[in-house]
Write a protein that binds this ligand. Structure first.
Ligand SMILES: Nc1nc2c(ncn2[C@@H]2O[C@H](COP(=O)(O)OP(=O)(O)OP(=O)(O)O)[C@@H](O)[C@H]2O)c(=O)[nH]1
Ligand SMILES: [Zn+2]
Length: 291
Protein backbone atom coordinates (compact mmCIF):
# COMPACT_ATOMS: atom_id res chain seq x y z
CA UNK A 1 0.00 0.00 0.00
CA UNK A 2 1.19 3.49 -0.84
CA UNK A 3 -0.07 6.96 -0.06
CA UNK A 4 -0.78 9.56 -2.72
CA UNK A 5 -3.01 12.40 -3.79
CA UNK A 6 -5.74 12.45 -6.44
CA UNK A 7 -4.75 15.11 -8.97
CA UNK A 8 -7.29 14.35 -11.69
CA UNK A 9 -10.50 12.39 -12.15
CA UNK A 10 -12.21 11.34 -15.37
CA UNK A 11 -15.24 9.07 -15.66
CA UNK A 12 -14.52 6.79 -12.74
CA UNK A 13 -10.75 6.86 -13.15
CA UNK A 14 -8.58 8.67 -10.67
CA UNK A 15 -5.04 9.76 -11.31
CA UNK A 16 -3.07 9.51 -8.12
CA UNK A 17 0.30 11.08 -7.60
CA UNK A 18 2.19 8.78 -5.26
CA UNK A 19 4.72 9.98 -2.75
CA UNK A 20 7.54 8.79 -5.01
CA UNK A 21 6.31 11.21 -7.72
CA UNK A 22 4.85 8.64 -10.11
CA UNK A 23 1.25 8.79 -11.30
CA UNK A 24 -1.00 5.74 -11.31
CA UNK A 25 -4.42 5.35 -12.87
CA UNK A 26 -6.82 4.01 -10.27
CA UNK A 27 -10.34 2.77 -9.83
CA UNK A 28 -12.03 3.04 -6.47
CA UNK A 29 -13.02 -0.06 -4.52
CA UNK A 30 -16.69 -0.98 -4.61
CA UNK A 31 -17.09 -0.26 -0.92
CA UNK A 32 -17.01 3.48 -1.63
CA UNK A 33 -20.18 3.18 -3.70
CA UNK A 34 -21.91 1.27 -0.93
CA UNK A 35 -20.85 3.90 1.61
CA UNK A 36 -21.98 6.65 -0.78
CA UNK A 37 -18.54 8.19 -0.52
CA UNK A 38 -16.77 9.16 -3.71
CA UNK A 39 -13.13 10.02 -3.94
CA UNK A 40 -12.62 13.54 -5.26
CA UNK A 41 -9.70 15.50 -6.62
CA UNK A 42 -7.50 16.66 -3.76
CA UNK A 43 -8.08 13.59 -1.60
CA UNK A 44 -5.17 11.95 0.10
CA UNK A 45 -5.62 8.25 -0.51
CA UNK A 46 -4.09 4.85 0.16
CA UNK A 47 -3.50 2.94 -3.04
CA UNK A 48 -2.81 -0.69 -3.73
CA UNK A 49 -0.71 -0.91 -6.85
CA UNK A 50 -1.57 -3.49 -9.48
CA UNK A 51 1.40 -2.73 -11.71
CA UNK A 52 3.58 0.28 -12.53
CA UNK A 53 0.71 2.20 -14.09
CA UNK A 54 -2.44 0.95 -12.42
CA UNK A 55 -3.82 0.68 -8.94
CA UNK A 56 -6.88 0.61 -6.73
CA UNK A 57 -7.90 3.24 -4.19
CA UNK A 58 -8.33 1.42 -0.93
CA UNK A 59 -9.15 4.27 1.44
CA UNK A 60 -9.52 8.02 1.66
CA UNK A 61 -7.76 9.86 4.46
CA UNK A 62 -9.86 12.39 6.42
CA UNK A 63 -10.49 15.63 4.51
CA UNK A 64 -9.43 18.96 5.93
CA UNK A 65 -12.19 20.61 3.87
CA UNK A 66 -14.16 20.13 0.70
CA UNK A 67 -15.29 22.71 -1.84
CA UNK A 68 -18.39 22.13 -3.92
CA UNK A 69 -17.54 24.31 -6.89
CA UNK A 70 -14.99 23.36 -8.02
CA UNK A 71 -15.31 20.03 -6.26
CA UNK A 72 -11.96 19.57 -4.64
CA UNK A 73 -10.67 18.75 -1.16
CA UNK A 74 -7.81 19.64 1.18
CA UNK A 75 -7.36 23.24 0.11
CA UNK A 76 -4.84 25.14 2.23
CA UNK A 77 -5.37 28.63 0.94
CA UNK A 78 -7.35 30.82 -1.40
CA UNK A 79 -5.89 33.74 -3.27
CA UNK A 80 -8.80 36.15 -3.52
CA UNK A 81 -8.23 38.38 -6.50
CA UNK A 82 -10.03 41.72 -6.70
CA UNK A 83 -9.36 44.60 -9.05
CA UNK A 84 -8.93 48.05 -7.56
CA UNK A 85 -10.80 49.34 -10.58
CA UNK A 86 -12.40 47.96 -13.73
CA UNK A 87 -14.45 46.23 -12.41
CA UNK A 88 -14.92 48.27 -9.25
CA UNK A 89 -14.31 46.31 -6.10
CA UNK A 90 -17.30 45.15 -4.08
CA UNK A 91 -16.42 44.79 -0.40
CA UNK A 92 -19.66 42.92 0.06
CA UNK A 93 -18.44 40.21 -2.29
CA UNK A 94 -15.01 40.15 -0.64
CA UNK A 95 -16.53 39.80 2.83
CA UNK A 96 -18.88 37.07 1.60
CA UNK A 97 -15.97 35.08 0.23
CA UNK A 98 -14.05 35.62 3.46
CA UNK A 99 -16.97 34.10 5.38
CA UNK A 100 -16.66 31.06 3.14
CA UNK A 101 -12.91 30.72 3.56
CA UNK A 102 -13.25 31.01 7.34
CA UNK A 103 -16.08 28.47 7.34
CA UNK A 104 -13.99 26.04 5.27
CA UNK A 105 -10.86 26.58 7.32
CA UNK A 106 -8.94 27.93 4.33
CA UNK A 107 -6.34 30.68 4.72
CA UNK A 108 -7.21 33.72 2.66
CA UNK A 109 -4.67 35.89 0.87
CA UNK A 110 -6.19 39.02 -0.62
CA UNK A 111 -4.69 40.16 -3.88
CA UNK A 112 -5.60 43.66 -5.03
CA UNK A 113 -4.85 43.66 -8.73
CA UNK A 114 -4.76 46.34 -11.44
CA UNK A 115 -2.85 48.62 -9.11
CA UNK A 116 -1.92 50.66 -12.18
CA UNK A 117 -5.55 51.84 -12.27
CA UNK A 118 -5.62 52.76 -8.58
CA UNK A 119 -6.07 56.50 -8.96
CA UNK A 120 -7.52 57.29 -5.56
CA UNK A 121 -5.28 55.22 -3.31
CA UNK A 122 -7.92 52.62 -2.64
CA UNK A 123 -5.17 50.13 -1.98
CA UNK A 124 -3.91 51.88 1.15
CA UNK A 125 -7.40 52.17 2.57
CA UNK A 126 -8.30 48.54 1.88
CA UNK A 127 -5.02 46.99 2.86
CA UNK A 128 -5.26 48.69 6.24
CA UNK A 129 -8.70 47.22 6.93
CA UNK A 130 -7.79 43.70 5.96
CA UNK A 131 -4.19 43.39 7.10
CA UNK A 132 -5.09 44.77 10.53
CA UNK A 133 -7.37 41.77 11.05
CA UNK A 134 -4.67 39.34 10.01
CA UNK A 135 -5.19 38.70 6.34
CA UNK A 136 -2.20 38.75 4.06
CA UNK A 137 -2.67 41.47 1.47
CA UNK A 138 -0.71 41.71 -1.79
CA UNK A 139 -0.72 44.48 -4.36
CA UNK A 140 -0.32 43.24 -7.92
CA UNK A 141 -0.23 44.36 -11.49
CA UNK A 142 -1.02 41.54 -13.87
CA UNK A 143 0.46 43.46 -16.75
CA UNK A 144 3.88 44.39 -15.34
CA UNK A 145 4.21 41.45 -12.98
CA UNK A 146 4.43 43.55 -9.81
CA UNK A 147 3.69 41.40 -6.77
CA UNK A 148 3.96 38.12 -8.67
CA UNK A 149 7.13 36.99 -6.89
CA UNK A 150 5.39 37.51 -3.58
CA UNK A 151 2.52 35.30 -4.68
CA UNK A 152 4.92 32.61 -5.88
CA UNK A 153 6.51 32.51 -2.43
CA UNK A 154 3.17 32.05 -0.75
CA UNK A 155 2.28 29.11 -2.95
CA UNK A 156 5.14 26.89 -1.74
CA UNK A 157 4.11 23.64 -0.04
CA UNK A 158 0.43 24.49 -0.22
CA UNK A 159 -2.63 23.70 -2.28
CA UNK A 160 -4.12 26.93 -3.54
CA UNK A 161 -7.32 27.93 -5.27
CA UNK A 162 -7.72 31.27 -7.01
CA UNK A 163 -11.05 33.02 -6.59
CA UNK A 164 -12.61 36.34 -7.42
CA UNK A 165 -15.17 38.10 -9.59
CA UNK A 166 -15.07 38.03 -13.37
CA UNK A 167 -12.57 40.21 -15.17
CA UNK A 168 -10.32 41.04 -12.20
CA UNK A 169 -7.27 39.30 -13.65
CA UNK A 170 -7.30 35.83 -12.07
CA UNK A 171 -6.20 34.09 -15.26
CA UNK A 172 -3.56 36.70 -15.97
CA UNK A 173 -1.98 36.16 -12.56
CA UNK A 174 -2.43 32.40 -12.70
CA UNK A 175 -0.46 32.32 -15.94
CA UNK A 176 2.34 34.37 -14.43
CA UNK A 177 2.90 32.21 -11.37
CA UNK A 178 3.27 28.91 -13.25
CA UNK A 179 3.91 27.76 -16.80
CA UNK A 180 2.32 24.34 -16.94
CA UNK A 181 -1.19 25.36 -17.86
CA UNK A 182 -2.37 28.42 -19.73
CA UNK A 183 -5.69 29.92 -18.73
CA UNK A 184 -7.40 32.05 -21.31
CA UNK A 185 -7.53 35.73 -20.52
CA UNK A 186 -9.76 38.51 -21.78
CA UNK A 187 -13.52 38.31 -21.77
CA UNK A 188 -14.48 37.62 -25.37
CA UNK A 189 -12.38 34.59 -26.13
CA UNK A 190 -13.53 32.93 -22.92
CA UNK A 191 -17.25 33.27 -23.45
CA UNK A 192 -16.92 31.47 -26.77
CA UNK A 193 -14.70 28.64 -25.70
CA UNK A 194 -16.40 27.71 -22.45
CA UNK A 195 -19.69 25.98 -21.88
CA UNK A 196 -19.46 23.52 -24.74
CA UNK A 197 -17.71 20.91 -22.69
CA UNK A 198 -19.94 19.09 -20.27
CA UNK A 199 -18.77 18.41 -16.73
CA UNK A 200 -15.27 19.63 -16.45
CA UNK A 201 -13.67 18.44 -13.25
CA UNK A 202 -11.12 20.42 -11.39
CA UNK A 203 -7.53 19.30 -11.58
CA UNK A 204 -4.57 19.85 -9.36
CA UNK A 205 -1.56 21.24 -11.18
CA UNK A 206 1.65 20.34 -9.42
CA UNK A 207 3.94 23.28 -9.89
CA UNK A 208 6.58 22.14 -7.41
CA UNK A 209 7.15 19.52 -4.70
CA UNK A 210 4.06 19.42 -2.55
CA UNK A 211 2.80 22.58 -4.25
CA UNK A 212 -0.48 22.49 -6.12
CA UNK A 213 -2.82 24.91 -7.82
CA UNK A 214 -6.46 24.18 -8.55
CA UNK A 215 -6.94 24.82 -12.26
CA UNK A 216 -10.49 26.20 -11.87
CA UNK A 217 -11.36 29.35 -9.97
CA UNK A 218 -13.36 28.71 -6.80
CA UNK A 219 -16.30 30.23 -4.97
CA UNK A 220 -18.51 30.95 -7.94
CA UNK A 221 -21.37 30.41 -5.50
CA UNK A 222 -21.26 32.87 -2.69
CA UNK A 223 -24.53 31.90 -1.14
CA UNK A 224 -24.24 31.88 2.64
CA UNK A 225 -27.71 30.53 3.41
CA UNK A 226 -26.40 27.27 4.89
CA UNK A 227 -24.67 29.11 7.73
CA UNK A 228 -26.34 29.17 11.14
CA UNK A 229 -27.43 32.62 12.30
CA UNK A 230 -25.54 32.32 15.60
CA UNK A 231 -22.39 31.11 13.86
CA UNK A 232 -22.05 33.86 11.27
CA UNK A 233 -20.15 36.07 13.73
CA UNK A 234 -17.44 33.41 14.13
CA UNK A 235 -16.44 34.00 10.54
CA UNK A 236 -15.75 37.68 11.14
CA UNK A 237 -12.44 37.00 12.82
CA UNK A 238 -12.00 40.45 14.36
CA UNK A 239 -15.18 39.97 16.41
CA UNK A 240 -13.79 36.99 18.29
CA UNK A 241 -11.67 38.79 20.84
CA UNK A 242 -14.52 41.08 21.94
CA UNK A 243 -17.72 39.04 21.69
CA UNK A 244 -17.29 37.51 25.13
CA UNK A 245 -17.54 41.02 26.58
CA UNK A 246 -21.07 41.61 25.29
CA UNK A 247 -23.76 41.74 27.96
CA UNK A 248 -25.65 38.78 26.49
CA UNK A 249 -23.78 35.57 25.78
CA UNK A 250 -26.01 34.98 22.76
CA UNK A 251 -25.45 38.51 21.45
CA UNK A 252 -25.80 38.82 17.69
CA UNK A 253 -24.33 42.34 17.85
CA UNK A 254 -27.39 43.75 16.16
CA UNK A 255 -30.22 45.13 18.29
CA UNK A 256 -28.88 44.06 21.67
CA UNK A 257 -27.89 46.49 24.40
CA UNK A 258 -24.33 46.74 25.79
CA UNK A 259 -22.69 45.14 22.81
CA UNK A 260 -18.90 45.31 22.74
CA UNK A 261 -18.76 44.77 18.99
CA UNK A 262 -20.94 47.82 18.40
CA UNK A 263 -18.79 49.79 20.85
CA UNK A 264 -15.67 48.82 18.93
CA UNK A 265 -17.26 49.88 15.64
CA UNK A 266 -18.07 53.23 17.18
CA UNK A 267 -14.50 53.60 18.47
CA UNK A 268 -13.25 52.80 14.97
CA UNK A 269 -11.45 49.65 16.13
CA UNK A 270 -13.69 47.39 14.03
CA UNK A 271 -14.26 48.52 10.44
CA UNK A 272 -17.74 49.94 9.90
CA UNK A 273 -17.74 48.57 6.34
CA UNK A 274 -17.14 45.06 7.66
CA UNK A 275 -19.72 45.44 10.42
CA UNK A 276 -22.33 46.70 7.93
CA UNK A 277 -21.72 43.66 5.75
CA UNK A 278 -22.08 41.43 8.80
CA UNK A 279 -25.49 42.99 9.52
CA UNK A 280 -26.45 42.62 5.88
CA UNK A 281 -25.61 38.89 5.85
CA UNK A 282 -27.25 38.42 9.25
CA UNK A 283 -30.55 39.97 8.17
CA UNK A 284 -30.42 37.93 5.00
CA UNK A 285 -30.12 34.74 7.05
CA UNK A 286 -32.88 35.83 9.40
CA UNK A 287 -35.20 36.54 6.49
CA UNK A 288 -34.47 33.18 4.88
CA UNK A 289 -35.38 31.37 8.10
CA UNK A 290 -38.77 33.03 8.19
CA UNK A 291 -40.04 31.31 5.07
N1 LIG B 1 -4.86 47.52 -16.33
C1 LIG B 1 -4.72 46.26 -15.95
N2 LIG B 1 -5.35 45.28 -16.63
C2 LIG B 1 -5.19 43.99 -16.21
C3 LIG B 1 -4.36 43.66 -15.09
N3 LIG B 1 -4.40 42.32 -14.92
C4 LIG B 1 -5.22 41.84 -15.89
N4 LIG B 1 -5.69 42.83 -16.68
C5 LIG B 1 -6.63 42.74 -17.82
O1 LIG B 1 -7.95 42.50 -17.32
C6 LIG B 1 -8.71 41.70 -18.24
C7 LIG B 1 -9.31 40.49 -17.53
O2 LIG B 1 -8.24 39.65 -17.10
P1 LIG B 1 -8.43 38.07 -16.89
O3 LIG B 1 -7.14 37.54 -16.39
O4 LIG B 1 -9.03 37.45 -18.09
O5 LIG B 1 -9.53 38.09 -15.70
P2 LIG B 1 -10.27 36.85 -14.99
O6 LIG B 1 -10.40 37.22 -13.56
O7 LIG B 1 -9.56 35.58 -15.29
O8 LIG B 1 -11.69 36.88 -15.69
P3 LIG B 1 -12.83 35.72 -15.75
O9 LIG B 1 -12.27 34.58 -16.55
O10 LIG B 1 -13.97 36.41 -16.45
O11 LIG B 1 -13.17 35.33 -14.36
C8 LIG B 1 -7.74 41.32 -19.36
O12 LIG B 1 -7.96 42.18 -20.43
C9 LIG B 1 -6.36 41.55 -18.74
O13 LIG B 1 -5.38 41.89 -19.69
C10 LIG B 1 -3.70 44.74 -14.40
O14 LIG B 1 -2.99 44.56 -13.39
N5 LIG B 1 -3.93 46.00 -14.87
ZN1 LIG C 1 -22.59 42.00 20.90
Amino acid sequence: MQQGRIVRGIAGFYYVKLDDGSIVECKARGKFRRDKLSPIVGDNVIVEKIDDEKGVIDSILPRKNELIRPQVSNIDQAILVFALKDPDISLEVLDRVLVLTEYNNIDAVICFNKCDLDVDNKFDYLSKIYSSIGYKVIKTNGKTGEGIEEIKKILKNKTTVFAGPSGVGKSTIFNKVQNKVIMQTGEISKKVSRGKHTTRHAELIDIDDNTYLVDTPGFSLIDLSFIEIEELQNYFREFNEYSSECRFTSCLHFKERDCMIKNKVEEGVISKDRYDNYIKFLTELQQNRRY
